[in-house]
Ligand binder design. Sequence first.
Ligand SMILES: [Zn+2]
Length: 386
Amino acid sequence: MHSALVLNASYEPLSVVSSRRATCLVLAQKAEVLEDDGIVLRSESFNIVQPSVIRLRYMVKVPYVRRSSMSRRGIFARDEHRCQYCGGHADSIDHVFPRSRGGPHTWENVAAACTPCNRTKRDRTPEEAGMELVRPCRVPRSTSWIVVSVSSMPVCFSASSSFHIKFFSVWSGWLGFREPAARFHARAIPDDATAQIWVNHVAGPALVLGSTQRDPSMIDVDECARRGIDIVRRRSGGGAVLLTPSEVTWFDVIIPSGAPGWAQDVHAPMVWLGERFAAACHGAGVTQAVTVNDNSMVRTEWSTLICFDGIGPGEVLLDGRKLLGISQRRTRTALRLQCCWYHQVDPAALVALFPALDGIDPAALSPIATLPTQISDDILQRLCSS
Ligand SMILES: [Zn+2]
């Protein structure tokens, strides 16, 4: 990567500049490095790692014109295609304070709405119509303008590829896509889903439980609270997974019925995905032995409690250690494969969260494989475009 994302002091994305320019800003102490691309720049007097994301040390006022680049698509994206009055599927745009009465066409005055709500409201304010917005309309934090305006942005949306790639790379985490685990896991599979990959850039520490892990006494809730770990239940089965920002890559693959990878059989899609993941590992230059479990679940003493202790169908091993965990949820129209692998892992941090594991040596758990962040980004890109 030879360009860098520039964030405001407030972490709001501002622009993309050359790595050289970004380096100058850092050397002039006008910005700090949040992410680097690992390339060391050397000079006579010092070495510096080439930045890929920097944050200015001062606030830049964002011009109104940039702020107001508002589109129908952008409004639907901000409101997640939900009617802001009834929560149903939105197919129109409502001006909260009616245009006919001078209401402006701004982020703060537009809301996605369904046709029935829009018809009911007519040219009235919500109060006059006796309706209530689910939430106030705001300028979105996710900056869609930067995604569409920067051609080198590693974000693509290709209708011809079998997957719609939503976003990836080190930048994406800074572009407003960091999403709390609770919200990510509460996402429903859309009824009209196309094949797609959702990448969850973990925003904060979270313990993600399997759909059947419902006994609250299995977790040391106080320990979670002390360490600021959110407890979240996902909609797919299996054991618990501890997520720590920057230590893990989590992505979901949505496969509609009939699409490549779909099968009636529960195991086949996971093996299908595991094989693609293994191929992406090889493509990204992983030299260790990468194997896919194409048999049934390999259980251990703790595998129902902790996802990474057992090895399920389709899951991928690196030199015999579990690398990729996969769980599955199905609806009538699609299946959702939830996958993650670690860049860094601390078994002791996990053990401390479960009373059942009190006093056991963390080394007694099955060892977990890790891959460095940069290789992981490469694997994700390859997986998305395969
Ligand atoms: Zn509605």
